[in-house]
Design a protein around this ligand. Structure first.
Ligand SMILES: C[S@@+](CC[C@H](N)C(=O)[O-])C[C@H]1O[C@@H](n2cnc3c(N)ncnc32)[C@H](O)[C@@H]1O
Length: 282
């Protein structure tokens, strides 16, 4: 009995002879995932019934019609904002699609309500366009710029959502959704300073952060990127982690930026969890 129990624990935690089996299985899965990735078309071939059902649910819940309904529904094969929840929820397509579309549309409604007349908008760290696809509906007459370290993401947003490559000129509105929740401390501070320097007079930076913590600044290397190494343009764990900070760290970083700035935390939450932080010239 004792031997059987010992063996059972070993199987569960992967020690002894089972450790190698688990490592082999992990490598086999990683190889299969890479092979599968090579075979995928750029736009995921998700059954249209599921896409349309999730899309309609989003439109109905948020009370949206045209031009929102006409936005592109294409999802890139390497979009971790879709792929990671899809993996975590064991392929529950409808739930994951609904959350994906809802998060993007709701964010644009939020941003639109804060700066309806923004002429030049930068979707900073916009990725593969979970949010960016809806900017054309929220800001039909504006120039919508995209920047992201992933070349494939920028290209996708330009081709499919009519975004423009970032020209580094001043902008009226910057949205950085779930970007500062990932940057190492030095990058967090320097990026904040750079983005504030891009704002035109009266402009606003809207970024998202995790709920403030008591710890000043914590960086964990594990993210959706580290869980999906097979995706293209994947980011390194040194440059992209999971970040939690205190409000005093945030205030300090803002005060250290050039210029004089004030901020407001909105009652709404990005994707249901992250704080919207709106920064404007004081
Ligand atoms: C969690 S994703 C969010 C993507 C998109 N904003 C959304 O909400 O769907 C974070 C994005 O930030 C980008 N990113 C990572 N490091 C960055 C940096 N230093 N500057 C700008 N963007 C960065 C990533 O490539 C990724 O697309």
């Amino acid at each position: 009995m004792k031997k059987t129990l010992k063996r059972w624990f070993q199987d569960k935690i992967g020690i002894g002879e089972n450790r190698d089996k688990l490592a082999l299985l992990e490598k086999r899965l990683a190889a299969l995932a890479t092979l599968e990735q090579w075979a995928l078309p750029e736009v995921l071939p998700i059954p249209s019934e599921a896409v349309n059902e999730a899309w309609s649910a989003t439109m109905d819940t948020l009370g949206l019609s045209e031009p929102w309904n006409a936005c592109s529904r294409a999802i890139h094969r390497s979009d971790p904002m879709f792929r990671y929840p899809f993996q975590v929820h064991g392929g529950d397509t409808l739930a994951v699609l609904s959350e994906y579309f809802h998060t993007g549309a709701e964010a644009v409604l939020q941003v639109q309500s804060l700066a309806p007349n923004a002429d030049r908008i930068l979707d900073f760290g916009g990725g593969y366009g979970r949010v960016g696809r809806f900017l054309t509906a929220g800001f039909p007459h504006s120039k919508r710029l995209i920047s992201d370290p992933k070349a494939s993401a920028v290209a996708f947003q330009i081709t499919h959502f009519g975004a423009l490559a970032d020209d580094q000129q001043p902008v009226d509105l910057i949205f950085a959704g779930s970007v500062f929740t990932h940057l190492p401390e030095a990058d967090f501070r320097s990026t904040l300073n750079t983005l504030l320097g891009r704002l035109s007079r009266g402009g606003a930076l809207i970024l998202t952060l995790h709920e403030f913590q008591t710890n000043r600044f914590v960086y964990h290397p594990y993210t959706e990127e580290s869980a999906l190494r097979e995706l293209e343009d994947v980011l390194s764990e040194d440059a992209y982690g999971s970040v939690y900070c205190s409000e005093s760290f945030w205030r300090e970083s803002l005060q250290a930026s050039e210029g004089s700035w004030s901020y407001e935390i909105l009652p709404e939450r990005f994707g249901g969890t992250q704080l919207y932080v709106v920064v404007k010239g004081a």
